[in-house]
Write a protein of this length. Structure first.
Length: 351
């Protein structure tokens, strides 16, 4: 009989706890389009207060939050300066280009960059050239392996952007992980950017939703854009209650996910045939590489899935594993054992 499945594909796979479900069932609701859902209003006010912004708006997804930010800050044809492999480029179905009409100026590297690199790429609008309409920080950086964007550098970038009157947005889908890992408050991080989005449905464990925060004027514009994009909801207090519960109960425990990720990286680092830079693991994402002569990442993914351990292969050699609140330390140890066994079987089968 197969043991319980250990799902390390993403921190989006979490299921609401019984306490969260109870909060959802008991939530007072109203019509949010009319501004009459008390639980949505509470979540938005609470979120704005937490991050130190004037206002906030609940949207169905992080992708919609990111699209609204691009639509609100940039004009069609503008460039958005961002780090390599940013989520809004790779995993949002081309919405920035197709709907917001922006193009991306990519800074190579691990997703993080410096104020000097932004300055090198900033362009003024001219007859022939698009202008830089927005600078974009992703924190933590997903494809960089959950890396934290240092607050000191965010501040330097913010100072430069303000001097050039270019807005600065933070895709903070996992910004609570960044705060916990860096030992700083998200309020401190948010103070440096014009707008900030964060996901309720990733490490915080809610079933759906993201929050977009900024000035009252920005959020008023975002509310109009949300309606235009079909994201306005009615009795949304049912999901807002889950978000409130997540913010009130699931932030401080993120250190456990980081601990488990480091344990996972350390365990995989001891598996012959796997290469992982354990010291580079800062939050809850682990990137590892199947060494040459040990098969493929896709083969390892398939073999491990048969044994009840799920993760993603990214290309021929790389795999990505994400810890979250539904994964225990014991699960981590079993996952390492399963991956080791699967890798050995793959090598014996093909080599």
């Amino acid at each position: 009989m197969l043991e319980r499945v250990i799902d390390l594909r993403s921190d989006t796979v979490t299921r609401p706890s019984e306490a969260m479900r109870e909060a959802m069932v008991l939530a007072p609701v109203g019509d949010d389009v009319y501004g009459e859902d008390p639980t949505v209003n509470e979540l938005e006010a609470f979120s704005a207060e937490l991050v130190g912004k004037e206002a906030a708006i609940l949207v169905p997804s992080g992708s919609m939050a990111n699209l609204i930010a691009q639509l609100a800050h940039a004009r069609r044809g503008d460039e958005v300066v961002l780090g390599q492999d940013s989520h809004c480029m790779l995993f949002e179905a081309g919405a920035g280009a197709a709907i917001a009409g922006v193009q991306y100026e990519v800074i190579p590297g691990d997703g993080r960059f410096t104020a000097e690199q932004v300055e090198e790429r900033l362009r003024e609008r001219s007859l022939a050239s698009p202008g830089t309409g927005l600078v974009w920080i992703e924190n933590t950086h997903n494809m960089g392996g959950g890396l934290v964007f240092a607050l000191a550098e965010v501040r330097r970038i913010a100072v430069f952007c303000r001097s050039r009157r270019v807005p600065l947005h933070m895709d903070g889908a996992r910004v609570w992980n960044a705060g916990v890992a860096g030992g700083v408050g998200v309020r401190e991080i948010a103070a440096e950017v014009d707008s900030l989005s964060f996901c309720l449905s990733k490490g915080l464990g809610a079933p759906v939703g993201s929050v977009l925060c900024g000035s009252a004027e920005f959020v008023a514009q975002a509310r109009h854009l949300r309606k235009r994009l079909g994201g306005a909801m009615r009795q949304a207090g049912i999901i807002a209650a889950a978000g409130l519960y997540a913010l009130q109960h699931n932030v401080d425990r993120l250190f456990q996910d980081h601990f488990n990720a480091k344990r996972l990286a350390g365990g995989l680092g001891n598996v012959t045939g796997i290469e992982v830079k354990a010291k580079s693991v800062e939050t809850n994402i682990v990137m590892a590489t199947v060494r040459s002569g040990w098969g493929t990442a896709a083969g390892l993914e398939a073999a491990s899935r048969e044994k009840g351990v799920l993760f993603h292969s990214l290309d021929k050699a790389r795999i990505r594993l994400v810890t979250h609140l539904d994964v225990s330390t014991a699960d981590i140890d079993r996952a390492v054992a399963v991956i080791k066994a699967s890798l050995t079987e793959q090598r014996e089968r093909y080599y």
